[in-house]
Design a protein around this ligand. Sequence first.
Ligand code: ZN
Length: 156
Amino acid sequence: MALSKLDNLYRQVILDHSAHPHHHGKLGESTNAIEMNNPTCGDVIELELAIEDGVIKDIAFSGSGCSISTASASMMTDAVVGKTVVEAEALADDFSHLVLGEDVPEAEKLGDAAMLQGVSKFPARIKCATLAWKALGKAIDEEEGHGVAHQFHGAE
Ligand code: ZN
């Protein structure tokens, strides 16, 4: 397959995720939540997780962002739902290397998010792509580290 065709395929997947993001909305009940923004682009993400026994049982995001940040958030939620917190942190680490254009063994574990590797060619968009993953790491951290700082329960 020609590289340009491959690029087109990736672009289409990214556009599909941004037009119809997965896990978009609010969780009825969450254990961890955080809001983060990317001032260089204006992307805002509100991320909610329901973590039980160290496993991400459910995840949802809302907010507003450019197509790259929205697609990345959608792909991130697909990649980590059902995973343990430890696995999710490893994936976030892999992703941060991937978008810098570094080789990541087993990048396929990232699912569709692996398609964002091309973002490494556009340094201005890297922060858009990593926002959701940084929010994930931060939200998980609050659980393990500081407890209830950004924690809330209840209906939307
Ligand atoms: Zn952006």
